[in-house]
Design a protein around this ligand. Structure first.
Ligand code: SF4
Length: 461
């Protein structure tokens, strides 16, 4: 009888609701928690006929450290594919050290924003770490487990004398097998705007082809999935009785022909599930928005970022304020809600400039606004510039990428002043009587009502 290798997909426990996936770790805002997409995609590379697979998402399951260690001990994995976040780095290091003490022979591969730079140094420091997944959309982990190192891409690994070997093969289109959604805790994942539960995460493409300098996604190879592979996953999610889809692509509809094929299929097959996504104002025209509405989209998150065209140009967003106004306007007319994300606290930014951003968020009548302070993320030119200008020190590695915590001042505003302005901006946007009434009247069902109450509670908290 074939002895199956045991592989554990692990999201470690934490003192807070940590989201560690997609190279952007953060503390959850307003109680949201999507499936850890790195682990989800990684499951698709492993066949259950060859491997015994287990997912332990300690954050979704609310496991304590001791409970998590008990679960791991009773499974006795030979390999762990785990998450490590810059936001929870010290806790994660400690946890993986404890696992290695408990099961000394286990091999640990990890993915996360804390592992993107200085790999040789990381292998010296973290003796529990055997390999780093640098592109979770590649099957390098499986090839590495099978000792097929020549074929392993998207992975950096330790070899005997502690040197690092790296393969960087890039692919632009991938026929991904359906990820093993059935291994994840159904019903424990949520986004504030999901109007039905349970919710599943789907990724139709990887990274982003745009050059925005503050964003880690611009430094990674853009990869798309085939329409057939995405449709297979949607069919499986319906079979598993999921009710809502969160497309966690950085830019949904970037691959026009593929996305159109998927959405046409959703319309023609009467797929029937609602969904949300991220996209750009210059990617979605009226035809795309209308098709998205027909296919069940209830909310689009747009990275607006600035109300000043000089900043849009400087940070390479490469669209104009008029394009933002126009796309927000026809998205509203199509009956889809719009969330704008806004970046505040970039180097040199003044109080007046941030207040202009607030005024613009109100002018375009965003249904929701997320004001995020700029975070000097690892591996971005934005971080290099902030270090060069002396705004942060290179030693700052632990940070919350949600844009909630202020990591640096702007040069004109101190960290404390920036924190105060951020609070003021949020209150000014959300505590408008007209806005509150609009939100209350827009609630359509009990799930939405509960989500709003929970979200409001966590925002206030
Ligand atoms: S469009 Fe969005 S995801 Fe893509 S590089 Fe710019 S900020 Fe990042």
């Amino acid at each position: 009888m074939l002895v199956k290798k045991k592989v554990l997909f692990l999201n470690p426990p934490g003192k807070k609701i940590y989201i560690r996936d997609y190279y952007c770790s953060k503390v959850s805002k307003a109680y949201y928690l999507p499936q850890p997409v790195d682990l989800l995609i990684q499951t698709s590379f492993f066949n259950k006929s060859e491997y015994e697979l287990l997912v332990i998402d300690c954050i979704a399951a609310k496991f304590s450290i001791e409970k998590a260690l008990d679960k791991i001990k009773s499974f006795v994995p030979e390999v762990i594919i785990g998450m490590v976040g810059a936001v929870s780095l010290d806790e994660d290091i400690d946890f993986f050290n404890r696992i290695k003490k408990l099961i000394p022979n286990v091999k640990v591969l990890a993915s996360g924003d804390a592992l993107l730079e200085n790999h040789e140094e990381l292998f010296k420091q973290y003796t529990w770490l055997d390999a780093i997944i640098t592109n979770f959309f590649n099957d390098g982990s499986k090839k590495w487990i099978e000792n097929n190192l020549d074929e392993a891409s998207g992975i950096v690994y330790r070899i005997e004398n502690k040197k690092v070997s790296k393969s960087d093969k890039k692919e632009s289109k991938l026929d991904l097998n359906v990820p093993h959604h059935e291994l994840f805790l159904k019903g424990n994942y949520r986004m504030p705007f999901a109007n039905a539960m349970p919710m599943a995460t789907v990724l139709t493409n990887y990274a982003c082809p745009y050059p925005c300098t503050f964003c880690i996604m611009s430094t990674m190879p853009y990869i798309t999935r085939s329409a057939e592979s995405i449709i297979d996953e949607l069919i499986e999610l319906k079979r598993l009785n999921y009710k809502y889809i969160y497309f966690s692509d950085q830019t949904f509809f970037q691959s026009k022909a593929i996305t159109k094929q998927v959405l046409d299929w959703m319309v023609e097959s009467k797929f029937g599930l609602s969904w949300m996504c991220f996209s750009r104002v210059d990617v979605l025209g009226k035809n795309e928005i209308d098709l998205m509405k027909k296919a069940g989209c209830n909310l689009i998150m747009f990275g607006v970022e600035f109300a000043d065209e000089r900043y849009l140009k400087k940070y390479k967003k490469n669209y104009t304020l008029d394009q933002i106004r126009e796309t927000f306007s026809f998205t509203a007319r199509a009956g889809i809600k719009r969330l704008g994300t806004f970046l505040i606290g970039v180097p040199g930014q003044s109080r007046e400039s941030i207040l202009e951003t607030l005024a613009f968020a109100k002018e375009i009548n965003a249904d929701y606004a997320s004001f995020n302070v700029a975070v000097p993320r690892a591996n971005t030119s934005f971080r290099e510039q902030a270090i060069e200008q002396g705004i942060i020190d290179d030693s700052v590695k632990v940070m919350d990428q949600s844009g909630d915590e202020v990591t640096m001042g702007t040069g004109k505003l101190s960290r404390e002043e920036l924190q105060q302005i951020k609070t003021k901006v949020n209150l000014s946007f959300y505590l408008r009587p007209k806005y509150i009434l609009k939100r209350l009247f827009a609630i359509k069902n009990w799930t939405e009502f509960k989500m709003h109450i929970r979200e409001a509670y966590h925002i206030v908290k």
